[in-house]
Design a protein. Structure first.
Length: 263
């Protein structure tokens, strides 16, 4: 568990060396299909525990249990989310957890926001429902949980990710503890959730390097259905592989520009 010393961030970061190409990690960050499949064992265990707590005590389980149990959200619900892609490969995934509960800590925090910014501005900030933002190609940000990952390629089949956790200035300590729970339960090197992803990343890497591996990887889900404007591309639904296509489009442009400069 990472300690909480600094007034602005946790006193350490999690560092994980993954046995896969860095692009595989980024593709996973905005893939809404994998969550309820890859993480179903951990999600079911958390759901069962929540039910047991309710039956035994008559009280709801602590809010942070939902960080894991919500991963079992059915695919039709994931499909209602929106992903967006912007120029240069930057992407985002809309929120799915519903981070405005009515527990006393959350209500207290919202009152602080209104006093600080006024009702209209506070509502604008609190209503911003984003789960994940990719600042391509090197940063992965989860603003709702104050978490930032730096992606550092170590080789074609090895990647270092550094995960930092920040706290909000002036926010109550319980709000920080809530997001710190996400840091430790979902993103730390020792969680079952992270382990699910890491083994899949490695399997993808091994498959791509195999003697019988295809030259092509398909990212065709909902291809041709994206809604494109001059500012951004919106996915047809939350299960679309549009973000992956747009990231590779940006990467190919970067590589072409680099080759031209070298040539």
């Amino acid at each position: 568990m990472c300690p909480t010393i600094s007034p602005t961030r946790a006193a350490c970061c999690f560092r994980i060396v993954q046995n896969n190409n860095w692009k595989i990690f980024l593709e996973n960050q905005l893939d809404a299909v994998h969550a309820s499949i890859t993480h179903i064992s951990a999600a079911k265990a958390a759901t069962d525990t929540e039910k047991e707590i309710k039956e035994e005590t008559g009280e709801d389980a602590p809010y942070f249990y939902k960080y894991i149990s919500s991963l079992s959200t059915p695919l039709p619900r994931w499909a209602t989310l929106e992903t967006r892609a912007y120029p240069y490969g930057h992407c985002l995934l809309g929120g799915y957890l519903g981070l405005r509960p009515t527990d006393p800590d959350s209500v207290f925090y919202e009152n602080i926001m209104r006093e600080k910014y006024g009702a209209e501005k506070a509502e604008e900030i609190l209503s911003r429902d984003v789960h994940h933002i990719l600042i391509y190609p090197c940063l992965s940000v989860q603003p709702a949980f104050q978490q930032l990952r730096a992606i550092r390629p170590l080789g074609p089949d090895k990647t270092l990710t550094e995960l930092w956790h920040f706290r909000l200035k002036g926010a109550p300590e319980p709000i920080y503890r809530r997001s710190l729970a996400y840091y430790n339960l979902i993103n730390s090197p020792s969680t079952l959730v992270n382990a699910d992803d890491l083994i899949n990343f490695w399997r993808c890497q091994e498959g791509l390097m195999g003697e019988e591996a295809s030259e092509w990887v398909s990212f065709h889900r909902n291809a041709g259905q994206d809604i494109t404007s001059s500012e951004m591309t919106r996915s047809a639904n939350g299960l679309s592989e549009m973000p992956m296509r747009e990231m590779f489009r940006a990467w190919s442009e970067y590589m072409a520009e680099g080759a031209e400069n070298l040539g």
